[in-house]
Ligand binder design. Structure first.
Ligand code: UD1
Ligand code: CA
Length: 461
């Protein structure tokens, strides 16, 4: 039997005050909806998903379709947003008569796979509602119980003062047998404060028909935290980051300050990795054994892979956008490694050095104030301070090739396409425009003249 997931994502999210629909606002670098889609992906069951869209439906739908998922996403357009119950009604014609549906709200992104599995299990005989007890339940629908049994949900706006005191709230998530859903949903009415068809009224309807109503208390509060505005988004971001940091600490990473660490993607680590304060890890990042990242570094780019080998030291304020950094390289402080760069073992990239789309071989050093772009640098070459590979003529990009053990004097311009072969030396301040053969010395600069008895300028009266 295929489990049906129904994700409600049609709302405007007015309180976000943003041109981006609420369900695409990023949490840890990933749109809210993306979190739910990945959690569903990981459930080891047959599933399909009905995505209820409305506000900016094309954007929401195309985001969902871009997520290479193993299950089918059926986008359903809810032309008018008449409430959460109305939203689920749109999915009814697409549901089989048997089996189970799980209803999720795209603005409650962090429910776990374990919770969903349990919810489905507990809904077997009719339905199960995921609830939570909060010290401050403001804004949430309250669970009404009689003799311990859940019999209804009342929305904050419709609640009496007494009901507002109830601390057990509706998380919005429930698992329901399709037969129950199909018989009860058409009976929803909109005679409430907001004149909406509330999904939450399903509970009172089920109670009236004497159907068993189970509830499951959510294990971890973060799983039920809803996001309606930027403040709640920021609060959830921090809580989620603390949870991610905590998981990394369990794996043995040294985070100097887990409250000042941000992971916006996935981080795979080996032993003895140290990350100092205020670093951001983005995209897919792998750090080898003994890697140390000093403070204020940004490692990785969304959707790209960055692999950093054993013993690499990244000094503070460095930005490594993506690429491969092999063992024992030393980078920074203030270095920028751009995409398609491969640093082989023991390479040194110093302060204020930018490297783009380049292959730098073992033991080469680029220590200060340099731009290396579209270049290949041989092993143990030494690139002096202020060297620039002039790779761009305003139209085309060209390559610079520097051989093994070559020595480029400071403040040189290498006008690509150009090659400095192995063992060659370029004198400081040279502008190199043609091949320097192996072991040659190339000097291309104005000759120094020393002038005796030069009349110094004197002050005009
Ligand atoms: C809802 C619940 C409330 C619960 C809270 C948990 C209802 C009536 N209330 O309130 O009991 O405590 O969530 O976070 O269900 N949506 C649609 N189509 C619509 C209306 C909404 O797709 O016509 C989507 C929204 O995009 C959103 C979700 O449903 O993703 C929830 O809607 P929202 O308006 O945020 O409900 P809450 O007021 O938070
Ligand atoms: Ca909400």
């Amino acid at each position: 039997m295929i489990t049906q997931f129904i994700i409600l994502a049609a709302g405007a999210g007015t309180r976000m005050r943003s041109n981006t629909p609420k369900v695409l606002q990023p949490l840890a670098g990933k749109p809210l909806l993306g979190h739910l889609l990945s959690t569903i992906e990981q459930l080891p069951i047959d599933k399909s998903c009905h995505l209820i869209t409305g506000h900016q439906s094309e954007r929401v739908e195309s985001f969902a379709n871009e997520q290479s998922l193993s299950y089918v996403i059926n986008a359903i357009y809810q032309a008018e947003q008449l409430g959460t119950g109305h939203a689920v009604q749109q999915a009814l014609p697409h549901l089989p008569d048997e089996g189970m549906s799980v209803i999720l709200y795209a603005d409650v992104p962090l429910v776990s796979g374990e919770t969903l599995t349990k919810l489905i299990e507990d809904a077997k005989d009719s339905l199960c509602l995921l609830t939570q007890t909060l010290d401050n339940p403001k804004g949430y629908g309250r669970i009404i119980r009689e003799a311990g049994q859940a019999v209804g949900i009342v929305e904050e706006k419709d609640a009496t003062d007494d009901q507002r005191q109830i601390k057990e709230v509706n998380t919005g998530m429930m698992a329901v047998n399709n037969a129950v859903l199909k018989s009860l949903l058409p009976k929803l009415q909109n005679n409430n404060q907001q004149q909406e068809y509330y999904l939450t009224d399903l509970i009172a309807l089920a109670h009236r028909e004497a159907l068993p109503i189970n509830t499951l208390d959510v294990a971890n509060p973060i799983e039920a935290q809803g996001v309606n505005d930027k403040r709640q988004l920021a609060t959830l971001e921090r809580a989620y980051q603390c949870q991610l940091a905590d998981a990394l600490l369990t794996q043995g990473v040294t985070l100097i300050d887990p409250d000042r660490f941000d992971l916006r993607g996935t981080l795979k680590i080996s032993k003895d990795v140290t990350i100092d304060a205020n670093c951001i890890i983005e995209g897919e990042v792998e750090l080898g054994e003994g890697v140390s990242i000093a403070s204020h570094c940004v490692i990785g780019t969304p959707h790209q892979k960055t692999v950093i080998g054993n013993g690499v030291e990244v000094k503070s304020h460095s930005v490594i956008e993506c690429g491969i950094i092999e063992d024992n390289c030393v980078i920074g402080p203030y270095a920028r490694i751009r995409p398609n760069t491969h640093l082989h073992e023991n390479v040194k990239i110093g302060n204020f050095v930018e490297v783009k789309k380049s292959d730098i071989h073992q033991g080469a050093k680029v220590n200060h104030l340099t731009y290396i772009g579209d270049a290949t640098i041989g092993s143990h070459a030494n690139i002096g301070a202020g060297t620039i590979t002039c790779n761009y003529d305003g139209v085309n990009k060209s390559k610079t090739v520097i051989g093994e053990g070559a020595f480029i004097g400071s403040n040189s311009s290498l006008v690509a396409p150009v090659e400095v072969k192995s063992g060659a030396v370029v004198g400081a301040g040279s502008t190199i425009t043609r091949t320097v053969e192996e072991d040659q010395l190339a000097i291309a600069r104005g000759k120094q003249r020393n002038i005796d008895h030069w009349p110094k300028p004197s002050k005009k009266s």
